[in-house]
Design a protein around this ligand. Structure first.
Ligand SMILES: NC(=O)c1ccc[n+]([C@@H]2O[C@H](COP(=O)([O-])OP(=O)(O)OC[C@H]3O[C@@H](n4cnc5c(N)ncnc54)[C@H](O)[C@@H]3O)[C@@H](O)[C@H]2O)c1
Ligand SMILES: [Zn+2]
Ligand SMILES: [Zn+2]
Length: 374
């Protein structure tokens, strides 16, 4: 029996989300049906709305942060069974490609199919999700803005049943990406100075990652006062409203050390932010570019002489350079023990039908993270 669901979809860029009835196929081999519990409102979905992230197929179901309960599984599924609680992983991990088998699941080869309308578990031409007569694509092979999900086993990570599913949803993108940007990609060490530029659902967790890695100064930069206050609650030691303000203060604040790690996590990265951000970096330090730029953006301002002579590193990161199957349970275990804060991250809760309000609030800087509650 095909499953009916309601899902928030885009019919094209620069449009509002519309909640539509969608029909999902029975789970095929390697597939899982999930009753969605929560979906997080990440800025990455907003990039599809603005057209910064052009996607090949509409209608397009939004959402890639999420949690839920497994209700059915297809043939051959061994990792989960009905009743299991799961976090979504916006990067599927197959377990046996060159990257998965060398501890770099965030670079799993299946990631190449992230925006295909075709499910990764299906063969060419096999349509799994339909809205009326139209085939529907799903963000990162997930599309968590939907009451029910049909996804490949590779895209779910089983979690302990006693954990709150709202916390589980946040882990699946913003927390893992932000925390990993500091701990994995940023390599923050005890006694370091770390700066985080852009305190949203991602940046706030880079603040937490830097705190847990033992940074002595954690400098949060955001134009919105509420974000700066929240950063202080979550472990920041100093805040500034702009990169320029930070640049004026950090030399003296750090006794000339500057920042061993700078994480760039604003809503939209532009090429003109790279040079000011790297000017906050210490000799031999790292600039981690976590925020996404428009797909066609390729102009960057960067003093190449200083890049070499100051021995600096500029690195990108996807999923905070972590492994979904290791990091998601590990982060939830840290939450259980009270080391990682998750409850404090949710600013507002919305019904699926209010998803546009959720994104209005994101644009207005009102949310650390908004979640859709199903
Ligand atoms: N690399 C990855 O794997 C990955 C994963 C998730 C999200 N992202 C990207 O990370 C970025 C952040 O996502 P989010 O959900 O936290 O966004 P968000 O909208 O919740 O937060 C962005 C914050 O940046 C601030 N900001 C904007 N311009 C700024 C500037 N010039 N200086 C300082 N702060 C500035 C805003 O006030 C806001 O508080 C987005 O680009 C998103 O697409 C990347
Ligand atoms: Zn995200
Ligand atoms: Zn793989």
């Amino acid at each position: 029996m095909p499953t009916n669901t309601r899902a928030a979809v885009l019919w094209g860029p620069e449009q509002e989300w519309k909640v539509e009835d969608m029909v999902m196929d029975d789970p095929g081999p390697g597939e899982v049906v999930i009753e969605t519990a929560y979906a997080g409102l990440c800025h990455s979905d907003e990039h599809v709305v603005t057209g910064d992230m052009p996607v090949p197929h509409f209608p397009f179901v939004g959402g890639h942060e999420g949690s839920g309960v497994v209700t059915a599984v297809g043939a051959g599924v061994s990792a989960v069974e009905p009743g299991d609680h799961v976090a979504m992983s916006f990067i599927p991990s197959c377990g046996h490609c060159r990257f998965c088998s060398t501890g770099r699941q965030n670079l799993c080869d299946e990631g190449a199919k992230l925006f295909n309308n075709q499910m990764i578990s299906r063969t060419e031409g096999d349509i799994s999700h339909t809205i009326g007569e139209d085939e529907a694509a799903r963000f990162a092979q997930l599309g968590t803005f939907s009451e029910r999900l049909l996804v490949a086993e590779e895209s779910v990570v089983k979690v302990e049943k006693d954990l709150d599913l709202d916390a589980v949803a946040l882990i699946s993108c913003g927390v893992a990406t932000g925390w990993g940007s500091a701990v994995h990609a940023g390599r923050v060490q005890p006694g370091d100075n770390a700066a985080i530029i852009g305190i949203g659902g991602v940046g706030i967790n880079a603040v937490q990652g830097a705190r847990m890695a033992g940074a002595k100064r954690i400098i949060a930069v955001d134009p919105v006062e509420f974000k700066r206050e929240k950063a202080m609650e979550m472990g920041a030691t100093h805040t500034y409203a702009s990169i320029d303000e930070a640049l004026a203060a950090i030399p003296e604040l750090t006794w000339g050390e500057m920042c061993q790690t700078v994480i760039l996590s604003p809503g939209v990265v532009t090429g003109d932010l790279i040079e000011p951000a790297i000017n906050l970096v210490d000799k031999g330090g790292r600039l981690v570019v976590t925020g996404l730029a428009g797909l066609l953006e390729s102009d960057v301002q960067l003093n190449l002489f200083m890049l070499s002579m100051m021995n600096k590193t500029v690195t990108g990161t996807v999923f905070g350079s972590g492994n979904p199957r290791a990091d998601i349970p590990a982060l939830l275990s840290m939450y259980r023990e009270g080391v990682l804060k998750l409850d404090e991250l949710i600013t507002n809760r919305y019904k699926l039908d209010d998803v546009n309000q959720g994104y209005e609030d994101l644009r207005a800087g009102k949310n650390i993270r908004g979640v859709i509650e199903f």
